[in-house]
Design a protein around this ligand. Structure first.
Ligand code: NAG
Ligand code: NAG
Ligand code: NAG
Ligand code: NAG
Ligand code: NAG
Ligand code: NAG
Ligand code: NAG
Length: 923
């Protein structure tokens, strides 16, 4: 009977899951396994096929899943053992590793060891039961084509692993502002009101997240539950298509605090620390018209967080729809107690469908020599020593490498004696600028000795017993620290640079054609000359290091976790008195600050802007609105209160408002460096036009601000009037978007649908103009126009600059870009100081942004990603330009691109380019 049931459900599963159902970007490695198979869920497993370690087979009571019958274990030594998996760069993934000990070594010593992702320590695995699966999960943004997971540092037992899984996310699922510097380590993902103890996962969750049931019994897991807590469930569909796309099945169940409270306590793995915490709500009970459900979160010690009132139906804008409020930067304890309590005017108790808590795990920078050494080992892809994987230095170095203890270590020793190396000595080794010892003796290396003058610390070189030919390079004289040089038994010829054998201990016997140089009077000069040369070199190296550090630091500061950034929920609670309000300035305060509106600094569609300085010295910009159509003071202050809740470092900060004598004013922080427009083609700085990298950074900043409006605010805010004069530049030349949220103020009344098309000619989305249907893609159109301005330094509309019959930058740029002539539109004031590839990247994206139809345009997140890619490219290219000014590679890229490696000839090509784009998710 049971068997037939099992068979039936298997059949059902097979029916539900077509054999090709495997999601893209899923990798399921059965560590130590021997064959490919598909499990009951429809996931395709493959054997891990690693060169290292040994496999074991285990039997564990109650665990019949095939992937748990095998494991791979490694020696408990000082090495690391790595899996390297292919990923798609700039895509987010869930990485899951599991460990089922099963007493594989018959020792019954529970292993304890470390696991790292690249150079970053991920977790310490501590086995505490032979028959229990340990599982860890990490959410990360792939920044390179591979990710490596390494086991090391066994303190008891042997390191081992049962499965390793990669699940790819799409769109902006799990996007965080800090993803360049931090991983998200999954701590809790709970399905409340679950109908069984089984987790919900694939195929109910297309990303195969594992949503644990709230009814499993574990120590310190969901205890202290309030009396009156009831499960509720629905079979009706739920609209989950926003934010982090929780599975519908999870949202169809919930718990309700029928006595007014929901309380829980649980231990959070990995905490205390800074975390990302969200709750998932959907109203799945049918409330009578006179009923309401309103509640607050109560976190002990965190009264600030308790202010917001959750009203699911209102917040989600409907029943059976997802509402996902949360905190993207919250300090949490290891023992978390929380309570949801109903407000006094609510008739129903709180409801909770699911929640998720992740901890920020700071990424460790890998070795500075990562790129050079990767390119070196790529030439020996079949050798075992080149397959160790992970970072060359961290958390422990490769077996043939030694590193220094810098925060970002450098390789100081390479020991590849007698490793059967053939071919020339790869020039990548000469890029290891911290190298002190090089051992390549006893191989079959041929060709010349390369120029090691970039490795100024080199002390010991072993090249003996190879087949090296050519002369001893005179650059060896330039190495200030060189003490020992062994080149005996090679095929070297010519003369030994004079003075070399005085300076260093050498052995060059057995090189038949190598002769001692003549010693003559010029020797002194050579030494002096080379010393000066070396000094110059050292200074140059130091200078470039300082430059590099500076650049690096800046990047860090800019993206560091700075202040708490909860997802903004903007609905005002109409029945409650507002708990926070925008600061209300008096008219006299404003008059005093602006010295009676003395200095006008701008004007726009919404009014005139004046400079001011408050009593406490803060510089402000006061916008006097022209429109007088607000329905009274209350309406205005309500809208303005919403505005004041929008905070982002790439949005101009709103400080307050003033409404007296029928005049409405808005007060903002003052931005010292004016508008982007002025920097591109205003009278301001004709000589010092901003360079390309700066333009890219401004685009990045602005895109981040817009992304926040589109995805970080609920309901999303559509700017409607993006243009280069609405992008302001601060003291530090960082950009912020201004005038957001105003369009809502400027149209009359409470209606959300405007009958008046707003926007600025040249930036206005033609589709919106025709249909009057406003979407976030209208902003994307305007942003595309701004990108074209950044490329070309041309205004959006011009009667002269675009030739006959063309007044508008979009038409003009399209014509040029589509015929492959990008040079024709690049701002001449950029001279040649840009990388053509980053320029192409932005140009292509800009054209996609200005596609005729909204659905063809990328989301702003997508555009942001592209800009960030372009910045990386540009920085790399700039470094190369600076390092090697007579580099010709740029020109060769020019021609190869123009010769059609990017064929932009046809009008419809953009459609096919567009296919690779991840569709945006609405938030
Ligand atoms: C195995 O499963 C049975 C039935 O579900 C349960 O009673 C038993 O406790 C389980 N044993 C272990 C070791 O988990
Ligand atoms: C990973 O990518 C490399 C290079 O593209 C390819 O050679 C290799 O087969 C890929 N490995 C897997 C497991 O797909
Ligand atoms: C190895 O693990 C021990 C104990 O878990 C820890 O104290 C030590 O710092 C670790 N060593 C490295 C190199 O991570
Ligand atoms: C829950 O509320 C009901 C009705 O108010 C009351 O009878 C019951 O005692 C309460 N239960 C607890 C445990 O507080
Ligand atoms: C080098 O090659 C020889 C002969 O093919 C082989 O026996 C030896 O194991 C190789 N050594 C290494 C380190 O690969
Ligand atoms: C130099 O190398 C040769 C060959 O390996 C060896 O016989 C000789 O002893 C070495 N000379 C010195 C001074 O080390
Ligand atoms: C992301 O994945 C979800 C679930 O498979 C799907 O519904 C949605 O269309 C996907 N979005 C994109 C942009 O691919």
């Amino acid at each position: 009977m049971e068997n037939t049931l099992l068979l039936l459900s298997l059949l059902l599963l097979l029916l539900l899951v077509p054999s090709s159902a495997q999601m893209p970007g899923f990798v399921s490695l059965d560590c130590g396994g021997e064959e490919f198979f598909t499990d009951d869920l429809g996931l395709n497993w493959s054997p891990d096929e690693l060169r290292y370690g040994e496999t074991s087979f285990i039997e564990v009571l109650n665990e019949t899943r095939k992937q748990y019958t095998s494991l791979r274990h490694f020696p408990a030594d000082s090495r690391k053992y790595c899996y390297t998996m292919n990923v798609t760069s700039r895509t987010r993934y869930l990485l899951r590793a599991t460990f089922l000990y099963g007493n594989f070594d018959s020792n019954n010593v529970y292993p304890k060891f470390d696991i790292s992702v690249g150079a970053t320590h991920w977790s310490t695995i501590v086995i505490s039961d032979a028959n229990t699966i340990e599982m860890i999960e990490l959410i990360f943004l792939a920044t390179s084509p591979t990710v490596s997971v390494c086991l090391s540092n066994a303190t008891t037992g042997q390191p081992f692993i049962s499965t390793l899984e990669l699940r790819q996310f799409n769109g902006s699922v799990y996007y965080t502002d800090y993803e360049q510097q931090f991983y998200l380590s999954v701590s809790a993902r709970i399905n409340f009101g679950a109908d069984s103890e089984d987790p919900v996962r694939y195929p109910d969750d297309p990303f195969d997240r594992i949503w644990l049931s709230d009814s499993i019994k574990k120590a310190n897991y969901l205890v202290d539950i309030a009396a009156g807590t009831k499960k509720v469930a629905t079979k009706l569909p739920i609209d989950v298509n926003r934010d982090d796309l929780p599975p519908q099945k999870v949202m169809q169940t919930a718990v309700v605090g029928t006595n007014g409270s929901l309380t829980y306590r649980l231990n959070l793995d990995g905490f205390p620390g800074t975390g990302w915490a969200v709750t998932y709500f959907a109203e799945i009970e049918d409330l009578a018209p006179d009923e309401s459900r309103k509640f607050r979160l109560v976190l002990p010690g965190n009264p600030e967080l308790s202010k917001a009132i959750v009203n699911i139906e209102e917040n989600a804008q409907g029943k059976y729809r997802l509402y996902e409020p949360g905190f993207t930067n919250l300090s949490l304890p290891f023992v978390l107690s929380f309570r949801f309590g109903k407000t006094s005017d609510s008739t129903r108790g709180p409801l909770l469908n699911a929640m998720e808590i992740n901890k920020y795990l700071e990424k460790t920078d890998g070795s500075q020599d990562g790129a050079a050494i990767a390119s070196f080992i790529a030439q020996y892809s079949s050798a075992d020593w080149a397959q160790e994987g992970g970072d060359p230095c961290l958390p422990v170095p490769w077996s043939w490498v030694e590193c220094n203890s810098d925060a970002q270590p450098r390789i100081v020793k390479i020991k590849l004696s007698s490793m059967n190396l053939t071919g020339n000595i790869p020039s990548d080794l000469t890029k290891l600028s911290g190298l002190v010892e090089l051992w390549l003796d006893g191989n079959s290396l041929t060709g010349p000795i390369p120029d090691f003058s970039g490795c100024v610390d080199l002390k010991i070189i072993h090249l003996e017993n190879n087949q090296l030919s050519g002369g001893l390079p005179s650059s060896l004289m330039d190495l200030p620290s060189l003490k020992e040089l062994y080149v005996q038994n090679n095929l070297l010829s010519g003369t030994i640079p004079s003075g070399l054998d005085d300076k260093v201990a050498m052995n060059y016997t057995g090189n038949i054609n190598l002769r001692e140089g003549r010693r003559n009077g010029s020797r002194r000069n050579i030494i002096i000359g080379t010393t000066v040369g070396a000094a110059v070199l050292i200074i140059a190296t130091i200078a470039s290091c300082i430059l590099l550090r500076k650049g690096k630091k800046k990047y860090h500061e800019q993206d560091k976790l700075s202040h708490p950034l909860p997802v903004q929920r903007l609905e005002s609670n109409k029945n409650d008195a507002p708990t926070e309000a925008a600061h209300c300035f008096t008219h006299s305060e404003i008059e005093e600050a602006t010295r009676k509106f003395e200095k006008k600094i701008g004007s726009g569609g919404f009014g005139v802007v004046y400079y001011g300085k408050t009593k406490d010295g803060k510089e402000i910009a006061v916008k006097v609105l022209t429109s007088n159509s607000f329905q009274g003071k209350r309406e205005f202050s309500n809208e303005v209160t919403l505005l004041s809740r929008i905070h982002h470092r790439n949005l101009v900060q709103f400080l307050g408002y003033c409404q007296e004598d029928g005049r409405s004013m808005l007060v903002y922080e003052f931005m010292h460096n004016g508008t982007l427009k002025e920097h591109l083609y205003g009278p301001l700085t004709h000589e010092q036009r901003i360079n390309w990298i700066k333009r890219l950074e401004i685009a990045e900043d602005a895109a981040k601000g817009i992304e926040y409006l589109h995805t970080g605010c609920v309901p999303a805010i559509i700017h409607r009037d993006l243009k280069s004069s609405n992008i302001l530049i601060d003291k530090n030349m960082r950009a912020k978007v201004s005038d957001f949220g105003l369009s809502k103020l400027a149209v009359d009344g409470a209606s959300h649908v405007s009958s008046i098309v707003r926007g600025t000619v040249g930036y206005l989305d033609p589709e919106y103009y025709i249909s009057q249907q406003l979407t976030d893609k209208s902003d994307v159109y305007s942003f595309g126009v701004i990108l074209l301005e950044l490329i070309s330094g041309q205004e959006a509309i011009s009667n002269e600059n675009f030739g006959v019959n063309c007044r508008n930058i979009v038409q003009w740029a399209k014509l040029h870009i589509e015929s492959g002539d990008i040079q024709g539109i690049i701002d001449p004031s950029l001279h040649d100081e840009y990388d053509i590839q980053s320029m192409w990247k932005i140009a292509e994206k800009a054209l996609m942004c200005v596609q005729a139809h909204g659905y063809m345009r990328p989301s702003i997140s997508e555009v942001l990603k592209e800009i960030q890619d372009a910045i990386l490219m540009e920085r790399g290219a700039a470094a190369a330009r600076d390092g090697n000014s007579d580099d010709t590679s740029k020109n060769s890229i020019h021609s190869s691109l123009n010769l059609g490696s990017l064929d932009l000839g046809g009008n419809d090509n953009y459609l096919s380019l567009d296919e690779s784009i991840v569709r945006p998710t609405a938030r």
